[in-house]
Design a binder for this molecule. Sequence first.
Ligand SMILES: C[S@@+](CC[C@H](N)C(=O)[O-])C[C@H]1O[C@@H](n2cnc3c(N)ncnc32)[C@H](O)[C@@H]1O
Length: 282
Amino acid sequence: MTKTLDRVVGIMERAHGRDISVYDEVFLQKTLEKRLVATGIGNPSAYGEYLLVNGSEAEALSCSLSISYSEFFRNQLTCALLEQLILPGILATKEKKGRGEIRVWSAGCASGQEAYSVAILLDELVADRGKHAVTFRIFATDRSEHELESARQGVYDFAAVRNVRHKHLQKYFTARGDAFQVVDRLKKQVDFSVHDMLDERLSCPSESIYGDFDLVFCGNLLFYYRPEVRHFILNKICHCLTPGGYLVTGEAEKEIVTRHECFRGIVPPSAIFQKNVPRGTT
Ligand SMILES: C[S@@+](CC[C@H](N)C(=O)[O-])C[C@H]1O[C@@H](n2cnc3c(N)ncnc32)[C@H](O)[C@@H]1O
């Protein structure tokens, strides 16, 4: 870590009680450069002095480190594979076992687009089979209460729903002026709650009680963190997944997951991975 970065991390910890050492070094450096421009200070050493005595700058730096951009049906290949292969496969396994529940976790769900996207796919799938023996439940978590509140509202502007198929827009959204609101029936399938992926005390979101997820989404979150923190998050997900369960990440995070011993790629080059099944249990 450069001297300047080291100093900023130290000031954030000691003067403002915020641990930003968990973030990836390149990401931290770029964010710091943006703050130097935004504050007009330019000089890293003067920025350190400013940050030391300025709580609002500490807040602004923390906010710049929290990226919350999301999209409905964000990646075409991932969504096609989920719709045609992964979700029907999970459903078939549950049906074989008799009555059951498909359990999904959207970790770092931001304002809910990912959770509602998979809710739409699952709702269509379950209805298509004409059977309601198998139900589904989606636990969607984020560390930001602000993002979760917006997810619970489920109101999106026209640009945000551009990837949603017309028939899904008609079926799962209600037009509200210039905006679209997710219908209550779909909202009821998604349980939004706070969970910090770095929390060492909780291995799964408390609302889910025991985890045992068939599918976990953790997209566009891992790459903001340092390698050891990414490893910790992947261990947590591995612990919460049922053997043979699936993990979906962002496109830029495929390499990170490939290096983790718990997962294997299933349809390269997609960002969908499967939890390894212990030998002798297949
Ligand atoms: C860039 S958004 C990604 C949203 C969605 N997963 C997607 O791929 O479109 C990252 C989200 O992860 C959340 N996040 C970042 N670090 C987190 C952590 N340690 N625990 C829980 N949520 C976290 C942020 O608040 C933000 O809402």
